[in-house]
Design a protein. Sequence first.
Length: 175
Amino acid sequence: MSDTAALVERLARRVEQLEDTLAIQQLITTYGPAVDSGSAEAVGALWTADGVYDVDSGAYRGRAEIEAMVWSDAHQGLIHRGCGHLLDPLNIRVDGDTAVVTCHSQLVLKADKGFRVARVTANRWELVRRADRWAVTLRVARVLDGGDEARELLASGVHPPTAPILHPGATDFLS
């Protein structure tokens, strides 16, 4: 293989990785605005048809149950009192047609004087590439209450980076 062909191949792999990372980021960060606006179908569409959302209070299996969670009296009460589901920057690991995302989320609620953080949660999102898009197969969310489960959930997503971290002036981005 010529140097030019090898270079193009490496660049194509890097672009694909960047496109996957960006698509996954867009998918996950859609959750907060969708769930806070009560857009149940948009929330459900983030998951595969048989996807699972496993949260401390129970598991929702399949899009219909996930959409019903958005329509529930409990969730509608949050929306109408004022709430925001905020995600911190995502730790995204892509492996072929699967990916794992690890992050924190906060539920912020309207209070008498401003807002208050109601809960902070550890999250693990498992995704699969299906045809033309990424979709969630499993989201596990556990409140950070000092217990082992949430810490272990975060630790499971901590791995050394697989791609080099580039610094200004770096020239090894083609390797």
